[in-house]
Design a protein around this ligand. Structure first.
Ligand code: FAD
Length: 460
């Protein structure tokens, strides 16, 4: 029997003291209620108080703060909004992709400055990203990616030969790579805790173990119903990401819940670390669609994750999906293929978490209940940095304040929809089979070529 997520996720299990806020008991009347205490809810609270310090804001969380993706991720901090510069161009065109890359870079700079100024101890390191090619076709992609970065005028992205790549991190599988100095790594739960403390200092009230059951529009207010109390709010910010359909099933048109899985090893000895290099401690990904992502923790454990995400029909997001033994076995095997030098390394931590995937791999926004309920979600596995932008956008939307962020096409336009069940599971299966073939070095078949032509492809 695997442990609950609070003890399975390395970040949550090793969390420095967290004393959960009380459950909501009774009724409250507030300006803004935020549902969900992950990165999005915490950043929304931060920006709301920054824009209007007197605002009465509460955050309602069904579990503990950081219970969702924010407490389960790999802690890779992106400097771009889309997964790659090439995908940003495919999804949004060159001009918009250029704007997005500028906004993304500024976002991580501001995030770093915030952490420094507030003295948040969250093991943030601006160590850059290393994207590695594992097949000859992926080496071509490496060149395409560098060209896309140049087209968007993103500085510092450079091609690495096979030898240069293996000097950074010594895997016999690497054929080449790309270095992007923009990215970073962080302990996500320590960042969550730092954000919560900061919001509390600004006067935001938190209620944990408080599941929102329903939202009702009653005479110009939204009544947020929880098991032991109601919050009556002028506006509600849904910061519930992949759980959002449990409150508003209609939003499932725009995303699909998938589960990603991760292992974390024992700390590496000096000798083990020397055997693989990794002196520059980059966040690493490879060029497959179902890629591995990995990084070192502050105490030199290897976090080894896979985006070989699993769909549990029909759109299940629940505790029963938090572990997957087949994924853990496949992760251990893929690790040994990458690093035979460390074949004996043990991985005492293993867990999974849900992501909300959209057809354009980037978040979407909107309102419900006559504009009083706002949402922004769908990070498709890239929300650690992007949640700061989404929180800022939601705060501006809630207070009807101007911001250049509101003009982003990602905010203005929703992604193409996914089919409903039972077609959804059939589509997921068909696309998964095709993508696996490409990841193994094959050519994209008709299905993937059609998706690419529709602008909802995955070719990175
Ligand atoms: C395994 C994994 C690896 C990842 N790796 C990375 C990475 O390396 N880099 C990266 O950028 N992104 C990564 N991500 C994605 C990233 O973690 C998410 O995009 C991000 O955390 C989303 O933050 P959020 O606050 O919107 O959602 P969440 O953190 O999921 O927060 C939503 C919260 O809402 C609460 N909630 C839901 N419904 C209710 C309700 N009815 N009442 C009260 N509360 C409710 C939930 O309990 C939850 O705490 C990863 C995700 C996973 C799962």
């Amino acid at each position: 029997m695997r442990p609950s997520i609070e003890n399975a996720s390395y970040w949550l299990a090793t969390r420095p003291d967290h004393h959960p806020a009380p459950r909501l008991d009774g009724n409250r009347n507030v300006d803004i209620a935020i549902i969900g205490a992950g990165f999005t809810g915490l950043w929304a609270a931060h920006f709301l108080k920054q824009l209007e310090p007197q605002l009465d804001v509460v955050v309602l969380e069904q579990g503990i703060t950081g219970y969702g993706g924010s407490g389960r991720n790999a802690g890779q901090v992106s400097s771009g909004i889309d997964h790659t510069h090439k995908l940003a161009i495919a999804h949004f065109g060159v001009d918009e992709a250029r704007r997005m890359s500028r906004v993304g870079l500024q976002n991580i700079e501001e995030l770093q400055q915030f952490i420094r100024e507030r003295g948040i101890d969250c093991d943030f390191e601006r160590s850059g990203q290393l994207a590695v090619a594992l097949t000859p076709a992926q080496v071509t992609e490496v060149h395409d990616l560098v060209a896309a970065a140049e087209q968007l005028r993103v500085a510092g992205v450079r091609f690495l030969s096979q030898e240069e790549t293996r000097t950074e991190l010594n895997s016999p599988l690497y054929l080449g790579g790309v270095a992007d100095p923009g990215w970073g790594i962080v302990n996500p739960v320590k960042l969550v805790d730092g954000l919560q403390r900061d919001a509390e200092r600004l006067g935001v009230d938190f209620f944990e173990q408080t599941r929102v059951r329903t939202l009702e529009h009653v005479s110009g207010k939204i009544h947020v119903q929880t098991p032991a109390g109601t919050v009556s709010a002028d506006k509600v910010v849904l910061a519930t990401d992949v759980y959002t359909h449990q409150l508003f099933p209609q939003l499932l048109r725009r995303y699909i819940p998938l589960y990603d899985y991760i292992l974390v090893s024992d700390p590496l000895t000096v000798g083990q670390l020397a055997a693989i290099g990794w002196r520059n401690r980059q966040a690493v990904v490879d060029f497959r669609t179902f890629f591995n992502y990995y990084r070192l923790t502050a105490d030199n454990r290897i976090l080894w994750g896979t985006s070989e995400a699993r769909y549990y029909p029909p759109n299940r997001v629940e505790v029963a999906c938090d572990h997957s033994e087949p994924h853990y076995t496949a992760l251990r095997e893929s690790f040994r293929r990458h690093f035979p030098q460390l074949a004996d390394l043990d991985f005492p931590y293993a867990w999974g978490g849900p992501i909300a995937s959209t057809t354009r791999l980037t978040p979407f926004f909107g309102t419900l209940k006559r504009g009083r309920v706002l949402y922004g979600l769908g990070y498709t596995g890239l929300g650690v940095a992007n949640s700061r932008l989404v929180g800022k956008i939601l705060a501006h939307m809630a207070l009807a304040r101007p911001s250049e962020l509101l003009d982003l096409e990602m905010v203005q336009r929703q992604p193409l929809p996914y089919p409903p069940e039972p077609l959804r599971r059939l589509a997921v299966n068909a696309v998964t089979v095709s993508l696996r073939r490409v990841d193994a070095g094959g050519k994209p078949g008709m299905l993937l070529r059609i998706l690419d032509a529709l602008g909802i492809g995955f070719s990175s």
